[in-house]
Structures are given as structure tokens and as C-alpha cells.
Design a protein around this ligand. Structure first.
Ligand code: NAP
Length: 197
């Protein structure tokens, strides 16, 4: 697949290097190169600060292509991190009306993708995906598997806000020294019935 990456920072390189290693063609779009990267990609990853989204997305169009949104709107508030806005992914979809947006890769730090480790305590790392377009979800699932992680569909794009909130909440726990993995029981002990969907 040809993957355009908007941004050339830490997340762009961490995910981009993994996809190159899996055999994909990657083009990075730093400042002045956003349009070039978006036109190159069958799929585009948006990996810029939320504060630059309006400017960046005004530079290009997506013509029905998949746009992966890994951004997080973190803002410091009296020493804690909070969400700077309700849902970035839905704003991305409004700012890029020709794109089929999938929220993904916003939970793990870039360092996780820079490393080769994908199994923790015997469980493969799961990447939740929120998006409305079935074909785009299939594309992003493939890109998750190419990074040796396991995709999980987590609802439509309207649910991306919970993924974004989860990210800021989990980072807050990590900063207090609490292992976020320990706050939830495993599925077998969760008293929840998976619907298989
Ligand atoms: N790092 C993580 O662990 C992590 C994890 C999950 C999600 N995220 C999210 O991923 C996104 C990128 O994070 P990052 O850590 O990769 O940031 P980063 O290392 O600071 O890189 C940001 C990139 O965006 C570019 N950029 C900024 N403003 C731009 C503009 N107006 N036009 C074009 N390019 C612009 C920067 O270019 P310059 O260098 O020229 O400024 C840089 O290449 C953020 O939304 C972040 O919340 C990060």
C-alpha cells in the first residue's frame, strides 16, 4: 500500500518505519509537503498537533480516501492533563469532508511503535479502531496487523471521543505511577457478555 503521512515527527516516524518494514511505501509530509503526502497515499495518517489541524487540513483534499487520525488534544489543567476539546476525530471529519476517517493509534506512545515488543503478559497489543466506513476499517486493520498488533473495532466515529478520553485518562494514571492495565479485570472476569460483533 502507498501510505502518506502528514507530519514528520515522532509518531509519523514510529508508525512509518513499521509500515516500511512491512513492505509499504511511505511518504512523509512535513511543512509545505502536506498535499504531496496526501496525494501519494492510498491511505493517509494524520500525525500533527491538534492545534495545527485547521491549517493542515485546509491544504489538501482526500477524494474518498481513508484518513487515519492518531491525534490527541491534550491540554494541561492545574497540573493534570485534560481533553482540550470534545472530539478531535469528528472535527477532522468536518475539516476533511472527502476523507473516510478512522481513529486509531492514539493510545500508545510512539516509543511502543518504535520497539518490536507487541506481547505483554502473554497478550498481544490491541489497537481499537473507531470509524464509519467498512472498507476503510479493513484497510486500517491490515495496517495494524502489519505492525504485529491486533485490531479491534470499537464502534463508529462518534465513539472516537471515548478513545480520546481514554487516552488522556490512562496517561494521567501512568503519570501517578498507576499501571492502567491493572484497573480492569480480564474479559473472563469482567461479567460482560461479548456480542461477537
Ligand atoms: N508521541 C506520542 O507518543 C503520541 C502518541 C499518540 C498520539 N500522538 C499524537 O500524534 C500527533 C503527533 O504527535 P508527535 O508526538 O508525532 O508530535 P511531533 O513529534 O511534535 O511532530 C509533529 C509533526 O507535525 C508537524 N507540524 C506541526 N504543525 C504543522 C503544520 N502547520 N503543517 C505541517 N506540519 C506541521 C511538525 O513539524 P515541525 O517539526 O516543523 O514543527 C512535526 O513534523 C499529536 O496529535 C499527538 O497528540 C502522539
Amino acid at each position: 500500500m502507498r501510505i502518506g503521512i502528514i507530519g514528520a515527527g515522532q509518531m509519523a516516524r514510529a508508525l512509518g518505519n513499521g509500515w516500511v518494514a512491512a513492505g509499504h511505501e511511505v511518504r512523509y509530509g512535513g511543512r509545505g509537503e502536506v498535499r504531496d503526502a496526501a496525494e501519494f497515499g492510498d491511505v493517509t495518517l494524520l500525525a500533527v498537533p491538534v492545534s495545527s489541524l485547521t491549517d493542515v487540513l485546509a491544504e489538501t483534499t482526500f477524494d474518498g480516501k481513508t484518513l487515519i487520525d492518531c491525534t490527541n488534544a491534550f491540554a494541561p489543567d492545574e497540573g493534570e492533563m485534560v481533553l482540550a476539546e470534545d472530539a478531535v476525530a469528528e472535527r477532522v471529519a468536518k475539516l476533511a469532508p472527502g476523507a473516510r476517517v478512522v481513529k486509531a493509534f492514539n493510545l500508545c506512545a510512539a516509543e511502543v511503535w518504535e520497539s518490536d515488543e507487541r506481547e505483554f503478559e502473554g497478550r498481544r497489543l490491541v489497537v481499537p479502531l473507531c470509524g464509519d466506513d467498512p472498507d476503510s476499517l479493513v484497510q486500517v486493520e491490515e495496517l495494524v496487523r502489519d505492525l504485529k498488533a491486533q485490531p479491534a473495532r470499537a464502534g463508529g466515529l462518534h465513539r472516537a471521543r471515548y478513545l480520546e478520553a481514554m487516552s488522556v485518562f490512562v496517561v494521567g494514571l501512568w503519570f501517578t505511577g498507576t499501571d492502567a492495565r491493572a484497573v480492569l479485570p480480564p474479559l473472563e472476569a469482567a461479567f460482560a457478555v461479548p456480542d461477537g460483533g
